[in-house]
Design a protein around this ligand. Sequence first.
Ligand code: UDP
Ligand code: MG
Length: 139
Amino acid sequence: MANNKTFTMIKPDAVEAGNIGSITKMIQEAGFVIKAMKLTKLSKERAGQFYAIHKERPFYTDLCNYMSSGPIVPMILEKENAVEDFRTLIGATNPKEAAEGTIRNLFAKSIEANAIHGSDSDENAIIEGNFFFSEVEKF
Ligand code: UDP
Ligand code: MG
């Protein structure tokens, strides 16, 4: 089935602030089913690989330092129209622009430490899910 999976990770600021439970609850109440999930940590090098698409951007080095600064919670999620619906649920990259009631509006600290990631396409959802999870970890 196409269009039914996305990838997310709760970022270090939200894990540190104790918001794993609140964010996971919002994700499930929005109709997403968790197909894989773990608490893990990225090295600076692996953070750089994950965000390689942004390596020419001015924020890349800071982003890699931040994303490797503490534990994260990656997840594979299932729902009809998953990628688009999840981007709506998390809100804009900059929390100042994120719609009221979105995850970033409620939990993000800054444009960098913005609480949560969401894949931007079906293709990237698969690549990003495979970056963190082996086949036997996906339910
Ligand atoms: N980011 C940043 N400064 C910026 C834009 C983005 O630090 O000006 C960080 C932020 O954590 C963001 C990530 O880089 O979530 C990836 O950026 P992207 O434009 O892909 O935003 P997203 O898809 O996460 O909304
Ligand atoms: Mg993006």
